[in-house]
Design a binder for this molecule. Structure first.
Ligand SMILES: Nc1ncnc2c1ncn2[C@@H]1O[C@H](COP(=O)(O)OP(=O)(O)OP(=O)(O)O)[C@@H](O)[C@H]1O
Ligand SMILES: [Mg+2]
Length: 218
């Protein structure tokens, strides 16, 4: 579904990605592990079209993504890509439900359809009873589950997560990890998860190991 070939990226004289090849299939959970500075986040941002490689190819279902610009790029990202970060990045002024709906509102989805979808996701994620609350009144685990629902509201082809459980305690981290697999099973959702959590990395369908800007395993 998503294919990256020969991806290179430098920041000044620092050659961060040195020719990365990676393929992600529908309903596959891939974990990316590797030491700090190996280039994991840089790769994730490029795969998610948040950053542009210096060299290489990136395509989804046969369509090249690297020539997308401006509104076309924003529309593609909004409808096909979901992101979950270590710090949930929820908007503090809005309720959980409003946060979940924002990408759908940007896409132009009808309000009734959005409310239904948000309700379904909240049900799966176990946050239905917290939807009227602002993020500051939610626990860390609840906030992260709201961020997961927000990432899924537009039914993206793939969700990228960068250290999604890095800020959670063991119990909440385990709960979040189990949710990823539930979402894969129930919605055929593909995930690419960068993590230092060995248990999560080991649970994935495929584990990719990065070292010094290259995939050395997986
Ligand atoms: N915008 C940037 N400008 C300059 N250098 C950068 C930039 N982003 C990343 N780097 C450098 O690129 C290298 C790879 O960074 P990256 O964030 O991809 O590592 P990582 O594998 O995600 O590490 P960590 O596990 O610590 O998050 C690092 O040496 C980092 O300092
Ligand atoms: Mg990183």
């Amino acid at each position: 579904m998503l294919i990256a070939k020969e991806i290179h990226k430098s920041y000044g004289s620092l050659h961060v990605l040195k020719g990365v090849d990676l393929e992600i299939s529908t309903s596959e959970i891939v974990s990316i592990v590797g030491s700090s500075g190996a280039g994991k986040s840089t790769l994730l941002h490029i795969l998610g079209t948040l950053d542009h490689p210096d060299h290489g190819e990136l395509s989804m279902n046969g369509k090249s993504l690297l020539n997308l610009r401006g509104d076309n790029l924003a529309d593609f990202r909004n409808s096909q890509i979901g992101f979950i970060f270590q710090f949930h990045n929820l908007l503090p002024e809005f309720t959980a439900l409003e946060n979940i709906k924002i990408p759908g509102l940007i896409k132009g989805t009808a309000e009734t359809q959005l409310a239904t979808k948000a309700g379904e996701l909240a049900e799966i994620l176990g946050i239905s009873h917290r939807l009227d609350h602002k993020p500051s009144t939610l626990s860390g685990g609840e906030q992260q589950r709201v961020a997961v629902a927000r990432a899924l509201i537009n039914s993206p082809a793939v969700v990228f997560a960068d250290e999604p459980s890095g800020n959670l305690d063991t119990v909440n981290a385990k709960g979040l990890h189990e949710l990823f697999f539930k979402l894969r099973d129930e919605l055929s959702q593909a995930f690419v998860i960068v993590t230092h959590n060995e248990e999560l990395a080991g649970m994935a369908d495929r584990q990719v190991v990065m070292k010094d800007g290259l995939i050395v395993q997986g």
